[in-house]
Design a protein around this ligand. Structure first.
Ligand code: AMP
Ligand code: MG
Length: 480
């Protein structure tokens, strides 16, 4: 394999010791058809020069990368699933394949989904459906374009098996996915140690988390509290970014939340068609526990479970104070993220948050199409743009009057030039609603036609490039 100087291998997770993982082998797949390689991120981690055959050797057959983990590691964890504690989980269809650093020297994991059975598979087959893999590509590309801190889909290889699934017409096609994640240390990783009373190992995991992910916490008067506060901050930030993006993750179990607060593990996710706090993504979430509007509470609840795992290492009162950071951080980041989407300069964090809340309330009251509204309101909502929108009638409604006034004031106060909004006014709003996801999938399922998916990825990336250039213009709000 051609090793670029920008390839920076690491094996840091292995240092945690045998108590944290089981070395495993990948499944032998009958076939390897390369369906997606993320060349953008491959270049950033020094793997862009692999040819397709080498790519498949490493990300379909899982030959170790140079100077990296000699064998994949199935990670051990427990978790609360829909509020019920489940000790029978862990990496049941994935493993940690490799670690490396990106161009900003950030430590990253290459983890898998659908790579075969492990000691944690229980009755599962250890496999991922091709449709599940395609859905994960779509979610990660869209969230990245929207500026959300998300894992990246690195590779998708179709593996030629026929899978039986209750939620897809079966038999259905199989695939193995590789994702780039900042970390795979989950709240559930701590919960498993707490369940076994392994305080020394919890301490080791906190120290590891501080050393490799939150080094500034070491300078805190109480580093355990410093660590916890940073996790709270990162997870609240992630939740705020989801809300501003109109994203519903769908399965906010403690095994799906990491200590770096990076959004990952995309199953039944959806984007909202309109602002509706009760909008639920997963068909199996009958009570709407993880509905759009309940995501902040679900994350806060999960963070309380992490605090419980740290009770032997830190004072309860300080942990409680740490958890109380969640709401202010969420409010502030939500305000900043919404303003960034609209390309408006921020005033102060309280009035930004109030404006964002008011906008969401008005959009809820009017049931306006969410992305169309954001699109129309970029730069503060120029009257001629509102009038020419397919959504025009909504802007005449009384429920919108207050927030439209506030947005207009912001535009004047910030001096945002009308020209700022011009490039956006020509385009269509970027959406990724369930009907489109199904249409993109049917082209693959029915005709093995991957062109619509490829085109969609290009479109999302173009939107992402526009959004980040917009967000960095002098008068616009800074990106979050
Ligand atoms: P997830 O819903 O992907 O977060 O997975 C929850 C738990 O179920 C994890 O422990 C997974 O490893 C396990 N799991 C999900 N699907 C499978 C499968 N097909 N085979 C084995 N384990 C699975
Ligand atoms: Mg999971």
């Amino acid at each position: 394999m051609p090793v670029a100087p920008t390839y920076r291998p690491e094996t840091i997770h292995a240092r945690l010791g045998d108590a944290f993982f089981d070395p495993v082998d990948a499944a032998n797949f009958p076939e390897h058809k390369l369906r997606f390689r993320n060349d953008r991120w491959a270049a950033r981690v020094g793997l862009g020069e692999l040819d397709d055959a080498e790519w498949v050797t490493h990300f379909g057959r899982f030959a170790p990368l140079p100077d990296n983990l000699p064998k994949p590691l199935a990670l051990r964890y427990h978790g609360h699933q829909f509020r019920h504690y489940n000790p029978d989980i862990g990496d049941g269809r994935g493993f940690l394949f490799a670690q490396l650093r990106d161009d900003a020297r950030r430590l990253l994991d290459l983890g898998t989904k659908g790579s075969g059975r492990t000691p944690y598979s229980r009755t599962g087959d250890g496999r991922l459906t091709l449709k599940g893999g395609v859905r994960e590509i779509l979610a990660t590309e869209m969230l990245e374009a929207l500026g959300v801190n998300t894992s990246k889909t690195f590779s998708l290889i179709e593996t030629g098996e026929a899978l039986e699934r209750g939620d897809e017409p079966s038999p259905t096609r199989s695939a193995v996915l590789v994702r780039l994640n900042h970390s795979h240390i989950r709240i559930g990783t701590f919960q498993r140690l707490a369940a076994y009373g392994e305080t020394d190992e919890i301490k080791r995991l906190v120290d590891h988390g501080i050393e490799h992910y939150w080094p500034e916490a070491a300078n805190d008067p109480d580093p355990v509290i410093g660590f916890y506060r940073r996790v709270v901050d990162a997870v609240a930030t992630m939740g705020a970014q989801w809300m501003a993006a109109g994203f519903v993750h769908g399965v906010l179990n403690t095994d799906n939340i990491t200590i770096t607060g990076e959004s990952f593990d995309y199953g039944p996710w959806r984007f909202i068609p309109e602002v509706d706090p009760g909008f639920t993504a997963a068909y199996f979430d009958q009570t709407g526990l993880y509905a759009f509007g309940r995501q902040p509470q679900a994350l806060e609840w999960n963070l309380a479970r992490l605090a419980e795992c740290l009770l032997d290492l830190a004072e309860q009162e300080k942990l409680q104070l740490g958890l109380q950071l969640f709401r202010p951080v969420f409010q502030r980041t939500f305000g900043a993220a919404v303003l960034a989407r609209l390309g408006l300069a921020s005033a102060d964090s309280e009035s930004d948050a109030a404006l964002a809340r008011e906008l969401f309330e008005a959009l809820h009251a009017t049931r306006a199409p969410f992305e169309q509204s954001i699109h129309d309101l970029v730069g503060g909502g120029l009257p001629d743009r509102l009038a020419s929108s397919p959504n025009a009638a909504v802007y005449e409604r009384s429920e919108m009057a207050g927030v439209l006034g506030l947005l207009r004031d912001r535009r004047q106060v910030a001096g945002v030039d009308d020209a700022l909004a011009a490039p956006m006014s020509k385009g269509q709003p970027p959406t990724l609603l369930i009907d489109e996801v199904e249409t993109l999938w049917s082209a693959i399922a029915e005709r093995d036609d991957w062109t619509p998916l490829e085109r969609k990825i290009q479109k999302m990336r173009a939107y992402g490039a526009w959004r980040s250039s917009f967000a960095s213009l002098p008068n616009a709000a800074t990106d979050v």
